[in-house]
Design a protein around this ligand. Structure first.
Ligand code: TYM
Length: 332
């Protein structure tokens, strides 16, 4: 039987965070043997905010290097840049014509982002979920491993696909979100009621994958907790400690019960130090590989070119089929 198809991606905006790693990349790595995986760098999505052109190009390569340094094998996965596969933007246009303004108006990320970028509420920001739907549907992906903040975008993708299938007959696979039980929403260290985000303005709130060990230790030391001084999982009343427990548990492969037992009678100082140490141990080898890869742009180029070639093959076939269904003449 054919392997199930997976597609996911990360925007090339800002440095990647521990949230991106634990909520997305970590799961991708676990899936690479079992599925036919397409992992892209969402460089087109990055254009919804203003970037320096050179910085955007650099960021795209940094995201690619993080994918590889984290353990995504370019021989097992198709790794590519979104902008290298025209089928995404072609399908984006078609799907725009099958998406309602009302649906897009309900997207919470649009509301958040337009509040953050009040001086640049462009229509790309508004139709962003449609490009994301195109990314997924152009591959007929079965599963989309993402963090919790992308749940709504997956729902609209399914709605668009079902609408299209309803009009033109079975065309798209209806994709499912793969959202892990733990780690789908890593919270900020300073504000544990909001997700850790690469665009956060408070640097102490975020662990970047490229932070130095010292910075990581400092940030964990400053992490907001509570006054109980007891390592106990309770997301509602102890969001800070529960978030640190989630981070610790995911990296060490321990349950919340096990962590509670491990730290009985110990204070937050100990627990924070221990959490910082496991994070440092995790990211240090990743960083070594990352910097090594960035020194080798030829190798990176070889990988993304090979990926684009393979991605184009699959996506072009599916998008040509869509062209035919809606009544366009396919130029083959
Ligand atoms: P982006 O770049 O904001 O985030 C990339 C992935 O990281 C996850 N993530 C988190 N998970 C847990 N805790 C956090 N604090 C955290 N922060 C981010 C996100 O859920 C996501 O899985 N629109 C997407 C990129 C995209 C895409 C796609 C994804 C474009 N096309 C098609 C899947 C399929 C985005 O902006 O993710």
């Amino acid at each position: 039987m054919d392997k199930k198809v997976i597609l996911s991606g990360i925007q090339a905006t800002g440095n990647l965070t521990l949230g991106n790693y634990l909520g997305a990349i970590r799961n991708w790595i676990q899936m690479q043997d079992e599925y036919d995986c397409y992992y892209m760098i969402a460089d087109l999505h990055s254009l919804t905010v203003r970037n320096e052109p050179e910085v955007l190009r650099k960021r795209a390569m940094q995201v690619l290097a993080i994918y590889l340094a984290s353990g995504l094998d370019p021989d097992k996965n198709t790794i590519f840049l979104q902008s290298h596969v025209d089928a995404h933007t072609k399908l984006n246009w078609i799907l725009n014509c099958y998406t309602y303004m009302g649906e897009l108006n309900r997207m919470t990320q649009f509301k958040d982002k337009s509040a953050k970028h009040a001086d640049n509420i462009n229509s790309g920001l508004f139709t962003y979920p449609v490009l994301m739907a195109a990314d997924i549907l152009a591959y007929n992906a079965d599963l989309v491993p993402v963090g919790d903040d992308q749940r709504q975008h997956l729902e609209i993708t399914r709605d668009i696909a079902e609408r299209f299938n309803g009009i033109y007959g079975e065309t798209f696979v209806i994709p499912e979100a793969y959202i892990a039980k733990q780690g789908a929403r890593i919270m900020g260290l300073q504000d544990p009621t909001a997700k850790m985000s690469k665009s956060s303005t408070n640097l102490n709130d975020v662990i970047f994958l490229t932070d130095s060990p010292d910075d990581i230790r400092k940030k964990f030391k400053k992490a907001v907790t509570d006054s109980e001084n007891c390592v106990r999982y309770d997301k509602e009343s102890k969001p800070g400690v529960s978030n640190l427990m989630t981070i610790y548990g995911l990296i060490e492969g321990k349950s919340m019960d096990e962590i509670e037992k491990e730290f009985v009678g110990k204070g937050y100082g100990d627990f924070k130090n221990k959490t910082a140490e496991v994070v440092v141990k995790k990211v240090q080898p990743l960083q070594e590989k990352y910097y090594e890869l960035l020194e080798n742009p030829e190798k990176l180029r070889e990988i993304y070119e090979k990926g684009a070639k393979k991605a184009r093959k699959r996506a072009n076939e599916i998008v040509n089929e869509v062209y035919r269904k809606v009544g366009l003449i396919v130029d083959e």
